[in-house]
Design a protein around this ligand. Sequence first.
Ligand code: PAF
Length: 287
Amino acid sequence: MDIFRSGTSLRSHLLKLRNEGKNCIGFVPTMGALHNGHMELVRRSKAECDVTVVSVFVNPTQFNDASDLDKYPRTLPSDIELLLQEHTEVLFAPDYNDVYGDDYEERKLPDLAQLENTVEGALRPGHFKGVAQVVLRLFELVSPDKAYFGQKDYQQILVIKHLIYSFSLPIELIMVPIVREANGLAMSSRNTRLPENSRKKAGFIYRNLLQLQQLVHEIPIQKALNIIRKQLSEQEGATVEYLIAVDADTLKEINSLDEANAVIALVVVRYYEVRLLDNICLKQEEK
Ligand code: PAF
């Protein structure tokens, strides 16, 4: 695996690979603390592209809470181990100055409109602007053909789709389904912050989402959401920050499945001080 810190050396390496006929560059942006969810993105990219570039960069501009940034796990040596096991070709592990140093020209971001200020964005002001800023910068440095993101951060995917569309970037965004632990807990770097015992029990979130997926076909959607919200908050140690059903394209809240072509339920449960995000499709777009 070739490891680069600077954007300039990364770019010249990727140019060389393109000249050698490696036409499809797949990109998996991460903040490190890699787990099987990330590795699934890497496996998809490796199956579909000639070269896979993974970036590991804990981007300060997307943290609205300084202590969250401090607490974010930094595990580069074990990340490298995992990437080697998957035969990843390129790792880009820049420092702050390699990303936002002298040669960085900040571009005006498109208006993210309601994507920025609703749901997760309403609770984390500035978060999605920070994500859009760093992803745009990483796209500039890597120039990928395909970029892989996990469905767990669903709102982030919509923000990046909007970014790609607004700048007409020639990048295909691939959303990879959520990878779950054996009990159903969505994989996340935050899961390691849960005490072992609570982590084992945290499958209750997914079990409730599966029940919701059934219930919305039997009773009105708001009633179904109320039942599941109550069940989630009855779990010891759990507080529901939100559980809502939204139009999967616009994130507008809906009151009936007929109001949108595709509907997704988004949830955040704070479980023993750890914010756990998850989502489930309630209605799929007809092809
Ligand atoms: O999902 C993440 O890990 C981050 O938000 C991303 C996309 C790598 C940008 O920092």
